[in-house]
Design a protein around this ligand. Structure first.
Ligand SMILES: Cc1ncc(COP(=O)(O)O)c(C=O)c1O
Length: 401
């Protein structure tokens, strides 16, 4: 009998990934960044400087320092958050992770068991939805409006979970440049959300990975900053969107005992140290200027995509301009299922996120679509949106309202 290793696989694995076929010509998926705005020269300088100064520390796990991560990078994050915060972030309240995806995994690992209730925004990050599905938790989608999470519905869900004797473990929210809707929760709404949580045994997991790319409004304080002394907020951020996703540098901010417990689950002997050193070295002198420039480029690309959508789809689609970030969230007529067009689109080199994968209720999300504009060129955005409209056969009625 021949040996078949797949017979030995765990029985609860997700389907294997399709083989990598390269990035298509019109890729409107993934949190990728604008190539021209990867600060290559600045990163090269930072690599050289930091390796000359501290390269020998690479001989030792965690550079011989705290398992929370490279101290200079944690200091930078403390300063970055502390500039606007009423309360300071201490060095022992920051844990560096391998991208914020590892932060999501660690916080989920800390808090969730199968059958637990969690509340997430009704449209949210697909990477979180798939994680929660695999964990076997019960996911409740809270309604959103132009200002983000609706406090009345949040309260209803909190009460309903609590009355089952299983208070939701957390509310996962992306308040600043919500993924996928692109809204930014104003301060008043943040205060209302925190008020709705009072008396509930439910944490808030705040994902702030797009907050450096905001153009539509002033940056409001984070929920983490507005939180009370009991500290129900666990916060995560990332350098993926502001510098480069392939670096894989993210972070969690929480009270020190929470991070100490998380460290017991982070069994990777430390996130990559070279990228932490380089990001710290680069960011210390260049971050704000770089983020400002990148944000303005992304804003320009958003305008191009909006114009292409209006020209090519006319009034067959509804969307609001995002307040920042790298994506648009389109809503088609109720009888449209955007997933039906995926195969045909991919034959033309177009990739998009069908709304179902970005929605707690896939039926609710079926007539929606997420289009990312961070990576494709302005020409690819124009041409790709034009081709997509042709494929969907919803070509403009000429109305560009
Ligand atoms: C809301 C949100 N959180 C987390 C991530 C993961 O980012 P990374 O692991 O690159 O930091 C993404 C990526 O697109 C995202 O959109």
């Amino acid at each position: 009998m021949s040996f078949e290793i797949s017979e030995l696989y765990r029985k609860d694995l997700p389907p294997a990934e399709a083989e990598w076929g390269g990035i298509p010509a019109f890729s409107f998926v993934g949190g990728n960044n604008d190539e021209e705005n990867v600060p290559v020269a600045g990163l090269m300088e930072a690599v050289t400087r930091v390796l000359q100064r501290e390269g020998r520390k690479l001989a030792v796990y965690n550079l011989g320092g705290s398992p929370l991560g490279h101290e200079d990078l944690r200091k930078f994050i403390c300063q970055k958050l502390g500039v606007r915060a009423a309360t300071n972030v201490d060095l022992d309240e920051v844990l560096i992770t391998s991208g914020s995806l590892q932060a999501l995994d660690l916080v989920n690992d800390l808090l969730l068991l199968p059958g637990d209730n969690v509340i997430v925004e009704e449209a949210t990050y697909g990477g979180m939805i798939s994680r929660l599905k695999r964990l076997g938790v019960v996911v409740h989608g809270v309604h959103l409006d132009q200002n983000g999470v609706r406090p009345d519905h949040l309260f209803e869900l909190l009460q309903s979970c609590a009355s089952q004797g299983r208070p939701a473990k957390y509310l996962y929210t992306i308040p600043t440049v919500q993924n996928p809707t692109g809204t930014c929760m104003p301060i008043d709404r943040r205060i209302e959300i925190l008020a709705a949580m009072e008396g509930q045994q439910t944490a808030i997991f705040e994902d702030d990975c797009y907050a450096d790319l905001l153009w539509g409004c002033d940056r409001p304080p984070t929920l983490w900053e507005l939180d009370g002394p009991d500290r129900r907020v666990i916060y995560c951020g990332s350098f993926s969107k502001s510098i480069a996703p392939a670096l894989r540098v993210g972070y969690v901010v929480a009270k020190s005992p929470v991070l100490q417990q998380i460290l017991s689950l982070k069994t990777d002997a430390g996130s990559g140290a070279l990228e932490q050193m380089v990001v710290a070295e680069y960011a210390n002198s260049h971050f704000d200027k770089h983020a400002e420039r990148l944000t303005s480029v992304l804003h320009g690309k958003a305008e191009v995509m909006a114009e292409a959508i209006r020209q090519n789809f006319g009034d067959s689609v509804h969307f609001d301009m995002p307040q920042g970030g790298i994506f648009m969230w389109l809503t088609f007529a109720d009888d449209v299922n955007t997933a039906d067009f995926s195969t045909e689109a991919s034959k033309s080199g177009i990739e998009f996120n069908a709304g179902a994968g970005w929605s707690v209720d896939p039926l609710w999300g079926a007539n929606k679509m997420r289009l990312c504009f961070g990576n494709p060129s302005v020409e690819a955005i124009r041409e790709g949106v034009h081709r997509l409209a042709e494929i969907m056969n919803l070509t403009s009625t000429g109305n560009s309202s």
